[in-house]
Write a protein that binds this ligand. Sequence first.
Ligand code: PLP
Length: 437
Amino acid sequence: MTTAELAGQRSRGAELLAAARTVIPGGVNSATRLVGAPHALTAASGAHVTDADGRRYLDYHAAFGAILLGHAAPEVDDAVRAAVGGLDLVGWGVTETEIELARLVVETIPSAEQMISAMSGSEATAQAIRLSRAVTGRPLIVKFQGGFHGWHDAVARNVISAPERAYGDDPLSRGILPEALDSTLIAEFNDLESVRALYERHPGLIAAVIVEPIPHNVGALVPEREFVEGLRALTAERGSLLIFDEVITGFRHAPGGYQEVCGVLPDLTTFGKAMGNGYPIAGLAGPRRLMEHFSSAGGDVLLAGTFNGNPVSSAAAIATITYLRDHPDFYERTHALGDRMRAGLTGICEELGVAGTAAGFGGVFALYFTEAPVRGYRDLMRNNDAAYVAFHRRMTDRGFLMLPLALKRNHISAAHTAEDIDRTLDAARDVLRSIRD
Ligand code: PLP
């Protein structure tokens, strides 16, 4: 059933969505889930999700990238089943599971000597920012236009902005104190001078630069070497911390995240999403000299959270990271499938004369409706968002689930196959032709 048919008829999915709207604001639990004619989903397995009307979709959305090994990956679900019924939640001391997870993370992420556990990426970035302010005694942070680091006040601005608001005043929400918004400065990705200019304008006041090493929240801007190395040198020279927000890139592009790929080590790293293959868990890692500022080690930065280190999420994360560590071929496979998808999509755009280009890294791909090259956010302002929305809708109707927002990315998991990619490309060719015509 197409989305148009669904909208016009009282299907089980439409009933569920209507029921949801009566008890959940807007009917969904996170606003972006509402974009692009949402469906009520009832099952997920491997690379597929199924909706309430029995339609199966090949899933590249992957819960915003939280699903890395495929839905209901047996390795992860078995570990979770084993955890349930064992030691449940405790609020005193530590458990073996937490120690095992922290050890694995410290062994895996190059810049990590210690880690704290959190329940979401937003919590991890909030902790990273507070820690960097405490350590430096400075108030300001720098983020990039297009970067997303969660929903909390310090970072809730300037993700995908209308052209007139880009680089300016663009909060994601009302209800945030102006002081909180003003404490976050906005720079341009892949443009070191834009960061240097902020340091000149605010000398001695910048606590940290927080960056998605590949800004996947606007698809995939791949960092130029001089830019990442320059960020490392500049933040160190100015006495600020460099925070890599690896909530998407972490564990996905390499076991040790993008820092392992590029060889540039941040002071602090946040990670989440794929780490637990769908179970809620995130973390913050860094060197002992910084992490021991947390109150758990006698420092003065509050560390609290009832569910931090809970056994179910921790077991899921241990199983996921262990799988990745023991299956280096996972990276070869997903990178090769990503290359196949990107080459295919770009080739189809060329063949059809559509102004489009596929970007990405590893198993992540994005389709921009603009000509290459795309270096920074400024280039993305030329994107034909309406064409992407049409592409998304028609691909969904054909059973291919992608992120509905223009400029977002899609994810290839361990469960996708070369045949899946080829089927997707065949459908994309038809859809792109229909958009062009
Ligand atoms: N950082 C990045 C790079 C993200 O993409 C996200 C979520 O999309 C977050 C942080 C926030 O994570 P969460 O949604 O788990 O709070």
